[in-house]
Structures are given as structure tokens and as C-alpha cells.
Design a protein around this ligand. Structure first.
Ligand code: IMP
Length: 176
């Protein structure tokens, strides 16, 4: 499959993703057996993963989406995009951040810092994919689907230049 200038090849099938999502949901059901967590999927990439994961959650739960505003603010570094969707209703809540992929961990660091400043009771992270960089940096992720190498992936919510989120399976970029 080709998107713009890049060739992609199938990486993780729909069946493998589905099995992993059920397994992650079981771990979360066990961990939160006597609690009522709030899922916080990070848009846009986590929308498909979050929808599938939350269908398997059996404890009472809430869902609230967050997103990084697309403008870059006053900085040229691109690191200070503001986060929208967080509010005081998360005070004393057990929050589960739902990510599609953790790469450098910068996105998560920012979300976790903001959540803690709102007085949450606990914050854990579930991610479908975790790249090597995140493992080397010891970014704390409680529930991880697949540990992958540092390669560019697409599909199942993840995009390349806005395209490719619609696919049921994951693809990876073929190196030239
Ligand atoms: P981090 O802040 O470097 O951990 O990056 C996390 C965000 O970058 C993810 O939520 C994705 O939106 C995006 N991202 C990182 N790697 C990939 C990739 O391989 N494909 C598509 N998006 C990615």
C-alpha cells in the first residue's frame, strides 16, 4: 500500500490486535475490580483503540476525550501545544490515559503533569504500541499492547500526514 510517497506493508493483523485488546481489557478489569475509572483517550490517534478496548471493560467507568490543540502557540519548538478537554471533574478520580503509541514520551509527560495538578487520585497509562525510545527512557506505562522497534506505523487510528487512520490492521513503513 502506498500513501503519498511512502510504501507501507502489513505489520500486525486485525486478529492479533483484537486478541491483544481483549487481553489488555482483562488486565484493566482485574486491576480496577473495585474502582470506577475514567478513561481519557488522546485524540486523534487513540480513537479506534479506545472504542474497541472500552467495549470489553466490565467495571463501571466514564470516558472523556482529550486533544492537543493544533496551533503551536507562541513557541517555535512545537512542544507547548495546549491540551484541551481536561477539567476539575477529574479531581480524586482514577484516570486511565489511553494512547495509540508512545514514542519519546513527551506527550504523556505533559498529560500526566497536568492531570496530577488537577488532584487526580491515580493516573495509569494504557497504550497499544510502545516504541524502543520509550523503553530506553523508562517512560512509565502500566498496560502495553505491543513493544515495537523505532519504525513508523500507520492504521488502526494512526496516521501518516492525516491519512490511513481507517485501516483495521497496522502497517509499517518500508525503508527504501
Ligand atoms: P511522543 O510524544 O513522542 O511519545 O509521541 C506520541 C504521539 O506521536 C502519538 O500519540 C502519535 O500521535 C504520534 N506518533 C508517534 N509515532 C508514530 C508513528 O509511528 N505513526 C503515527 N503516529 C506516531
Amino acid at each position: 500500500m502506498k500513501i503519498r510517497d511512502v510504501e507501507f506493508t502489513e505489520f500486525i493483523s486485525e486478529a492479533e490486535i483484537s486478541a491483544k485488546v481483549s487481553q489488555l481489557a482483562s488486565e484493566i478489569n482485574r486491576h480496577y475490580a473495585d474502582r470506577s475509572p475514567v478513561f481519557l483517550p488522546v485524540l486523534n490517534g487513540a480513537f479506534m483503540f479506545a472504542a474497541d478496548l472500552i467495549k470489553h471493560i466490565e467495571v463501571p467507568c466514564k470516558v472523556s476525550f482529550v486533544k492537543f490543540a493544533s496551533y503551536e502557540g507562541l513557541t517555535s519548538t512545537g512542544q507547548l501545544k495546549s491540551l484541551i478537554g481536561l477539567d476539575e471533574s477529574l479531581f480524586k478520580q482514577d484516570v486511565i490515559v489511553v494512547e495509540d503509541i508512545v514514542d519519546t514520551g513527551l506527550t504523556l509527560e505533559k498529560i500526566i503533569a497536568e492531570l496530577e495538578s488537577l488532584g487526580t487520585r491515580s493516573v495509569e497509562v494504557v497504550t497499544l504500541l510502545r516504541k524502543k525510545t520509550a523503553r530506553e527512557k523508562n517512560i512509565s506505562v502500566r498496560f502495553t499492547g505491543f513493544d515495537i522497534d523505532d519504525e513508523f506505523v500507520l492504521g488502526y487510528g494512526l496516521d501518516y500526514d492525516g491519512l490511513g487512520r481507517n485501516h483495521r490492521q497496522l502497517f509499517r513503513a518500508v525503508r527504501p
